[in-house]
Write a protein that binds this ligand. Structure first.
Ligand SMILES: [Zn+2]
Length: 200
């Protein structure tokens, strides 16, 4: 269950000198601006619309923005234009942006690590291989001879990416098969090699 809702916070206000539409007296109309915002789990997420009310300082007559008469509108627009939306109302959006940036950086680091590992394979390296859309397996480096890398292939496959770890417990072929380093580079680039792990 996600707990969310909307709330409002007074963010600005001001006074207009004009004639009240209720008591008809030349007086001061107080304008109050309320910024609405959405919150999720009580974290302010993003601002939504602004609400405004007017109150006559003489007769206390209150109007909502949608009922403002023409003569209130210029004053209201001016007050609204100098009312800033508080930055804390963007907290949730900011958190999500930071998470996306962090994931992007981690992804980039992983990509460059993989590229490095693929260029210098070592005995024992584990390659996560995508065979088709929902078929994954792992290869293990047996030995490297010049430009050729010999792999033991795992005898099992999994239909879930998250199952790849479990394949480490399963048997590999006893004979290893050669793959050219140049082919590994292509496999990495087109996503057939999804990840490379080098045991510590
Ligand atoms: Zn009034």
């Amino acid at each position: 269950m996600i707990i969310y809702g909307a709330a409002g916070k007074e963010t600005g206000g001001g006074k207009i000198r004009t004639t009240c539409i209720n008591c008809q007296e030349p007086t001061t109309i107080n304008i109050l601006i309320v910024q609405r915002y959405a919150h999720i789990y009580w974290i302010p997420f993003f601002p939504s619309g602004k609400k405004a009310v007017s109150e006559c300082s003489n007769c206390n007559h209150v109007l909502e923005k949608k009922n403002f008469p023409e003569k209130y509108k210029n004053g209201y627009e001016e007050i609204k234009s100098r009312t800033k939306t508080p930055i804390w109302m963007f907290t949730g959006v900011g958190i999500i942006a930071l998470i996306i940036i962090a994931l992007f950086i981690v992804g980039r680091q992983n990509d460059s690590e993989n590229a490095e590992l693929a260029l210098s394979p070592q005995k024992g390296d584990i390659y996560e291989i995508k065979l088709s859309n929902e078929q994954y397996t792992i290869y293990k480096v047996d030995k490297v001879e010049g430009n050729t890398v010999y792999f033991f292939e795992n005898e099992y496959m999994t239909d879930r990416l998250s199952g790849v770890e479990e394949l480490l417990e399963k048997p590999f072929t006893t004979e290893s098969y050669p793959v050219m380093k140049t082919d590994l580079k292509v496999m990495l680039e087109n996503g057939e090699i999804m990840d490379i792990e080098r045991p510590e």
